[in-house]
Design a protein around this ligand. Structure first.
Ligand code: ATP
Length: 252
């Protein structure tokens, strides 16, 4: 018989992202072969591998930008090709960089996260504005909200993309080498912030990184799984009551 604690633990450990015998080829070049892995709710998964092992390709498949050649990927239990609940997912792709002449402001880029992934533009509500203000405050970009994105430094731009990914309070945050081109202090602040979010929020993270020291410090020295050239490091955060503080909590 299940105790209340078992039920709570089950609720906190749902499968968020499953790779089931996933393979991928670009034309004749086989990049990923029979990959299996499951990320559970509140896992922080670090994905490590040499250049060209297919990490970015894997993330693109997970967010539905590429389809596997064979096998299946499931998000929240549903095959990606049928998945429609994209607001539950935040994605920060690799090496975002804007043409300096790109006219959008920081605020506009952050707010565009509300309409990501196939959602038709609609009128801005008071609630939307509040979400945007919260996300900018968490990423400490409120002061530069009216600046043009193309005029910011690489580190500031990265914070803007993170705010954009966070605006819908995603259950799953997917980051592709988020600290490339960012100075050491900003990298440290960034990792402190996302590790804090992992520890205190009901969020799951998938992060590709070449920063093996940072991965090992937070996720341990032994990968949970490996396949081809890709290693998956993982750490689970879990409190017995599965409480969800609001996003502003991350400021503290
Ligand atoms: N659009 C594409 N068309 C053809 N081949 C591609 C394409 N994108 C990537 N590749 C090839 O697929 C392989 C895997 O690329 P991918 O970018 O997924 O690797 P990665 O592990 O993310 O590498 P890195 O650590 O350098 O970012 C590489 O050999 C790359 O050249």
């Amino acid at each position: 018989m299940n105790t209340q604690e078992d039920k709570t633990a089950g609720y906190c450990h749902q499968n968020i992202m499953e790779l089931d015998q996933v393979s991928f080829s670009y034309k004749d070049q086989k990049v990923i072969t029979d990959l299996n892995f499951t990320a559970k709710e509140r896992d922080f998964v670090g994905i490590i591998g040499s250049n060209g092992t297919g990490k970015t390709t894997l993330l693109k498949m997970i967010v539905g930008l590429l389809a596997p050649s064979s096998g299946e990927i499931r998000l929240f239990g549903e095959p990606v090709r049928k998945f429609r609940d994209w607001e539950r997912i935040g994605y920060v792709p690799q090496k975002n960089s804007f043409n300096p002449l790109f006219p959008a402001t920081v605020k506009e880029v952050v707010m565009s996260g509300l309409y990501s992934n196939r959602k038709v533009l609609k009128r801005m509500t008071q609630g939307d504005r509040k979400k945007s203000e919260d996300a900018m405050e968490v990423m400490r970009i409120t002061e530069i909200a009216d600046k043009r994105i193309g005029q910011l430094s690489g580190g500031q731009q990265q914070r803007v993309f993170l705010a954009r990914a966070l605006i819908n309070h995603p259950d799953l945050l997917i980051l592709d080498e988020p600290t490339v081109g960012i100075d050491i202090q900003t990298q440290t602040d960034f990792f402190d912030l996302i590790f804090h979010m992992h520890a205190h929020h009901q969020m799951t993270f998938l992060m590709v990184s070449h920063d093996i020291d940072m991965i090992e410090n937070y996720l341990g020295k032994e990968p949970k799984d490996r396949s081809g050239g890709i290693k998956f490091y993982a750490r689970h955060s879990h409190d017995p009551h599965c409480e969800i503080p609001d996003l502003q909590h991350s400021l503290i």
